[in-house]
Design a protein around this ligand. Structure first.
Ligand SMILES: [Zn+2]
Length: 221
């Protein structure tokens, strides 16, 4: 289910978050850093003052400090962005300024992982759409920070691909739901796949030299 669809009721949204809460209990021992996706927000709430409307409710549920944020761990800098703005995926003006400051304060040579829901750049977006609409701005900003080792990961496409541009690696990492938990259609390479990508998840190994290894694991169910 996607909470952003207009026919979704309060009860359905509450039910889904209930399931999420149960699941989260099961992997409580792991730190979790979430990134807002386009299907997370209940835009169909009766009005904007409703406590369940929009992004803030989701931030609370997935324990995010703000709709975009950063943190550092073991020498790596992690930047989590909110692509869900006008002409999505895109960054709003406030977030652009924040990102510029953020990159400025990261020391030269540092490894950086940028997370977005929509891909900043991808291969699969060429036939299917869904790319960030402000990639020119973002790639030019990254180019100003060539002294850092920048990598990007995204979702949204339910398709698996890797793009490299100006020495920045962009990994679009499929999805757990494959064909949105459905069997697929005439274009699915196999049952439950979206085009040629099976349902799955990625595990990323981060190395001290600023490289990483992104491995996609097809999900068997
Ligand atoms: Zn999406």
């Amino acid at each position: 289910m996607a909470a952003d669809y207009s026919h979704i009721t309060r009860e359905e949204v509450l039910e889904q978050w209930g399931i999420w809460k149960e699941l989260r209990e099961e992997f409580k021992k792991f730190d979790m850093y979430s990134c807002l996706g386009n299907h997370d927000m209940w835009w169909a709430a009766p009005d904007k003052t409703d406590s369940m409307y929009g992004k803030n409710y989701v931030l609370d549920k997935v324990e995010m400090p703000f709709r975009y944020y950063s943190f550092a761990k073991n020498g790596w800098h992690f930047i989590v962005l909110d692509s869900n703005n006008k002409n999505a995926g895109s960054l709003d003006q406030e977030q652009r300024i924040w990102l510029e400051n953020e990159l400025n304060r990261i020391p030269p040579g540092s490894p950086v992982l940028v997370m977005t829901h929509y891909p900043i750049l991808a291969v699969s977006t060429i036939p299917y759409g869904g790319n960030h609409t402000d990639s020119k701005y973002i790639t030019k900003l990254f180019h100003k920070h060539q002294d850092k080792k920048i990598h990007c990961i995204s979702g949204h496409m339910h398709l698996l691909d890797t793009a490299v541009y100006n020495n920045v690696n962009y990994y679009c990492n499929g999805s757990m739901s494959g064909f949105w938990w459905g069997d697929g259609d005439g274009e699915s390479a196999k049952k439950g796949w979206y085009h040629e990508t099976p349902p799955g998840y990625s595990i990323i190994d981060f190395y001290d030299d600023g490289t990483l290894k992104n491995t996609y694991y097809p999900n068997i169910y």
